[in-house]
Design a protein around this ligand. Structure first.
Ligand code: AR6
Ligand code: MG
Length: 323
């Protein structure tokens, strides 16, 4: 498969804006149960300015660092986190404490066990990882390494690390696919299984379940998806759900985000991860314009995010043109 540079650029923008959209549209539903989330689904058609939360905040910071470093460099990412992360945007305690410690001058490899001695298994390292999926989409081994390296700053627990690997890999596979060509969900599951080989049993079990659900061919009810794959802040109880939903609902972006929100629970993060995957698949041009125009702008808002995605593509292209 060979995609034109213009289409790849569009896919980079699709993933970053897809994450922004899922996060901003999903954040009003956080903590609801699936019934309540579905009951409030009409809120998605109301028009107002939609703000982003920590999911987008960290994604942008990671992308910015990767542009400067030409890839993942934990020391530089940490500097970027301490410089630009806005801790008023819905961050959870493990990541807040880690970033506060970075701001206070601690080294990047010293902060990940401040709150949880065995490290965090939250989905914070997965929710921000789409720039890694984009940048390493043509090198899945490099992608796995980079996903873990960026996770290690805040999430050294294997479940937190491998959740980042699974999400980055799904984004990477989505970038590589031409949406005009037939989409083989089963192949995607096989590729994920390969990259997650050697990881925690929780992800193997989740992939088995996804495979079983995909084979049944039907769209499962949100309550059943929650029961089988989860809707929590834990990486292993949210990343598999996001991957499954993106697989089942692409290429319809709005449909995929609605399905993510209807799970309830960690709606902003699950919708953000779904948005990044589907956006990477279809590209920016296929994202809903009437949703994009509601996104917060300003210093680090919509225009900034678009420009950043463009620059991330340029950084990737620079390396690939000369190699
Ligand atoms: N032991 C017990 N509970 C844990 C552990 C552990 N080792 N690790 C995580 N948790 P955190 P994040 C639970 O705080 O991953 C935002 O809303 C614990 O309840 O490391 O960045 C985002 O939008 C902990 O507070 O932060 C995402 O939804 C929680 O998991 C989410 O938070 C999250 O882990 C990202 O959170
Ligand atoms: Mg969240």
């Amino acid at each position: 498969m060979s995609l034109s540079p213009d289409f790849l650029r569009d896919k980079f923008k699709g993933a970053i804006l897809g994450c922004f959209l899922g996060d901003a549209f999903g954040s009003g539903f956080e903590g609801m149960d699936p019934e309540k989330a579905r009951f409030h689904m009409d809120d998605l058609s109301k028009k107002f300015t939609r703000s982003y939360t920590d999911d987008t905040d960290m994604t942008l910071a990671l992308a910015e660092s990767m542009i400067q470093s030409g890839g993942v460099n934990p020391e530089d990412i940490s500097k970027q986190f301490s410089l630009t992360c806005d801790l008023t945007r819905g961050y959870a305690i493990g990541t807040i404490k880690a970033i506060l410690a970075l701001k206070a001058g601690m080294k990047w490899y010293e902060v990940a066990r401040i709150v949880f001695k065995d490290g965090s298994f939250g989905n914070g390292a997965a929710m921000r990882v789409s720039p890694v999926g984009l940048f390493y989409h043509d090198d899945l081994e490099g992608l796995r390494r980079a996903a873990v390296e960026q996770a290690n700053i805040t999430h050294v627990h294997p479940l937190g690390q491998w959740g980042a690997v699974m999400q980055a890999c799904t984004v990477g596979l989505a970038v590589s696919q031409d949406p005009e060509e037939p989409f083989r969900k089963e192949q995607m599951v096989t590729d994920l299984r390969e990259i997650l080989w050697g990881g925690p049993i929780e992800y193997v079990k989740a992939l088995n379940k996804i495979e079983e659900m995909v084979a049944q061919g039907k769209k499962f009810h949100s309550r059943e998806i929650v029961q089988h794959l989860g809707n929590g802040v834990e990486a292993h109880l949210s990343v598999p759900s996001a991957c499954y939903l993106a697989l089942m609902h692409r290429p319809d972006f709005c449909d995929a985000i609605r399905a993510a929100i209807s799970l309830g629970g960690d709606t902003d993060t699950i919708a953000g991860m779904v948005g990044a995957i589907v956006g990477a698949h279809v590209g920016e041009k296929k994202l809903p314009a009437e949703w994009i125009e509601q996104l917060e702008d300003g210093a680090r808002g919509l225009s900034f995010a678009k420009n950043l995605a463009d620059r991330l593509f340029e950084a990737w292209w620079k390396i690939h043109q000369t190699s």
